[in-house]
Design a protein around this ligand. Structure first.
Ligand code: SF4
Length: 343
């Protein structure tokens, strides 16, 4: 006699309250130099950097924002700015925090531009999170990319943020010169060990006018193919989800002007969707490994209907191997996944 067993479980992605995060881009502000891969003007869509103007605009923008919202300073090395400038930006933000509308404040910086007293000052000024542009913990790759610090310093910087009582964000850049998938997976393990609150993954692309573009033109650098970047990001995403770590960005946003400066590399407008849907296939594979019987039906929250089959239906074959075909899939309004197996 046929037996039906049903298992219910949540999607592996950690749930979180959605908060509007207003990004303020200060391209290259405070940076000690130009990193080989970095083209902040194209990536942020922000052309010029006049701190006085940025400060004025910040006050104007915040006065128009309905609360609650978060604010983040990105695109440069916030703690590399003159402390007076840091204070001026944080003071403006602080006045909106005191008024109750601004409920989260974060800054992005480099691992070698923080120390305990800087972090204490940020915390006293109301900063809740520091995002560190770690890129990789592999010292050789960091050296080849001219980052100016090694993996041990990057790890210590992450610990320092935690010890200062601040939330930690880690930005990773898989595919830098000399960075192979094996090193990337080690980066993911090391990142998990540091227990960040959020992670951003930006697979390395070649932008015009950067040092990497010169290396690429000389035949000294080849970015990861798109397929590798999607596979490795999907693998990492599932590891982060399982650990309860939110991945808040996958791939560069296609900002105005960015595409015209993109020379080579694994950029795709649906990159996030591709990696997320693949991570979910990996999740189902792990869930069904060694399971008794075959899939009779699977019920999925409706919000995943655009992701299950993958971009261009890339996941259809992998799902079919698990017994998940169109006729056995239903999208429903529940939040859990339900899997009916028949033996
Ligand atoms: S990667 Fe970071 S530190 Fe390097 S130039 Fe870009 S913003 Fe500055």
């Amino acid at each position: 006699m046929t037996q039906i067993r049903t298992a219910r479980f949540p999607h592996p992605e950690p749930l979180h309250d959605k908060l509007v995060l207003l990004p303020v881009f200060l391209p290259f502000a405070g940076c000690p130099g130009r990193c080989v891969f970095c083209d902040q003007h194209a990536q942020t869509g922000t052309a010029s950097m006049d701190l006085e103007q940025a400060l004025r605009e910040l006050g104007e923008r915040l006065s128009l924002m309905p609360g609650p919202y978060g604010l983040g300073f990105f695109g440069g090395t916030f703690t590399g700015l003159d402390p007076d400038w840091q204070d001026r930006f944080l003071k403006i933000a602080g006045s909106f925090r005191d008024a109750g509308a601004l409920v989260h404040l974060r800054v992005s910086t480099r691992p070698d531009r923080i120390d305990p007293s800087t972090l204490a000052r940020l915390r006293e000024s109301g900063v809740s999170m520091v995002e560190l542009g770690v890129q990789t913990f592999d010292s050789q790759v960091l050296e080849r990319s001219g980052r100016g610090y090694d993996g041990a310093l990057a790890a210590r910087a992450c610990e320092m943020v935690r010890q200062a009582g601040l939330e930690l964000g880690i930005q990773l850049l898989p595919g830098l010169p000399g960075h192979e998938p094996g090193q990337w997976r080690e980066d993911v393990r090391q990142t998990l060990a540091l227990k960040p609150d959020v992670v951003r993954i930006y697979p390395c692309v070649v932008m015009a006018g950067t040092g990497l573009a010169d290396m690429h033109a000389r035949g000294e650098y080849e970015p990861w193919p798109l397929e590798t970047a999607v596979t490795e990001s999907g693998w990492a995403l599932l590891r982060f989800w399982e650990a309860g770590v939110r991945v808040i960005r996958l791939g560069l946003a296609g900002e105005q002007g960015m595409l015209s400066r993109l020379v080579a590399g694994p950029w795709h407008p649906a990159f996030g969707n591709m990696a997320r849907s693949l991570a979910f296939v990996y999740f189902l594979e792990e869930r069904l490994r060694g399971a008794q019987g075959r899939v009779k039906r699977i019920f999925l929250p409706r919000r995943f209907s655009g992701e299950l089959w993958g971009h261009g239906r890339a996941n259809v074959q992998a799902l079919a191997r698990l017994g998940i075909v169109k006729e056995r899939v239903e999208f429903w309004s529940e939040q859990d996944i339900a899997l009916e197996m028949e033996e």
